[in-house]
Design a protein around this ligand. Sequence first.
Ligand code: OGA
Ligand code: ZN
Ligand code: ZN
Length: 384
Amino acid sequence: MNAIADYRTYPLISPLLSAQLAPDLIEVTWADQRRSPFHHLWLRDNCPCSQCVYSVTREQVFEIADVPEHLEPLSVEVDDQGALRVQWEDGHDSRYDPGWLRAHAYDDASRAERQATRARKQRWVAGLTLPVFEYSAVMNDDSALLDWLLAVRDIGLSQVRGVPTEPGSLSLLAQRISFIRESNFGVLFNVQSKVDADSNAYTAFNLPLHTDLPTRELQPGLQFLHCLINDAEGGDSRFVDGFAIAQTLRQEDPQAYRLLCEVPVEFRNKDRRSDYRCLAPVIALDVTGEVAEIRMANFLRGAFNIEPDVMLPYYRAYRHFIAMTREPRFQFRQRLEAGQLWCFDNRRTLHARDAFDPTSGARHFQGCYVDRDELLSRILVLQR
Ligand code: OGA
Ligand code: ZN
Ligand code: ZN
């Protein structure tokens, strides 16, 4: 068994055929003829031996700054178990599992392959086929749980049915994923029309398409809304894929798109005891320029503080974005019934509810948040 600094194993896609020394690197050739360069520094950095990686935590104790920059290998070979073996000039001896090495190879073909198999977000519009899951299945069966979590990750909207309607039931389901993220609204928050509402969410008003807690540096990754009772007239749910809207805006109105990516605006949530503020753009991009996050709740926005020349173009862009969220072509609409819940990616999918008439019947939802890291970690562990 070869040492690897991980909790999973790496299948051997193709055995190692040979390894050759070159300046600064070792070039290996695989049985399928792929060639991969591995720099001396990279190899030394990734030595999985028990001196370099503590076997209990599987975390590195060695630091690459502990060896000279031009540490040379004395010899390199593919050993009789198919592992890459490197003996270093300072006496250190490293062995690399070929499955691990192939999975981490950084030649162009290997990197392109990995990029292609990366999870792709599936953008959607009004005609979305809603992914629906059964409560008893996701509670009792890890493979049903994984299917649900992948839908949440890749589509960003899902429904679970057959959920008990006792208050608090949502906690058990959310904890199937991981820790609930508490906020000033509680561990679970009660969405009901209240006289002393500390948010428009706790009225019977129409709530326009929004993300929750845009007022925080890190918006919650997942949001759950669990319906305990929905007997009032109105109050149907609506969703849009914020990534689909951003992509369309980029094509149809590039200037508006650019302003929403670049100009930060302030979101605020204040009551007698708290005052949360976050200054950030409506559309956040990742390092590759892809849309990574939408931040939008008009009812939580502060006054724009933008240079005068940009104020009107910014209003144009902001109004255009909201107008797009109102377009039927983007909206998925459905009423949530007792015993059903929504689980969606709050940093991507915007949600809304129609106004309802609280005199016509009771309406009580409970909600909570789980961070995206928890979702992704749970998926990886289930996939081990
Ligand atoms: C909320 C919210 C939707 C609803 O509480 O943030 O969006 O259907 N509620 O009440
Ligand atoms: Zn080592
Ligand atoms: Zn909300």
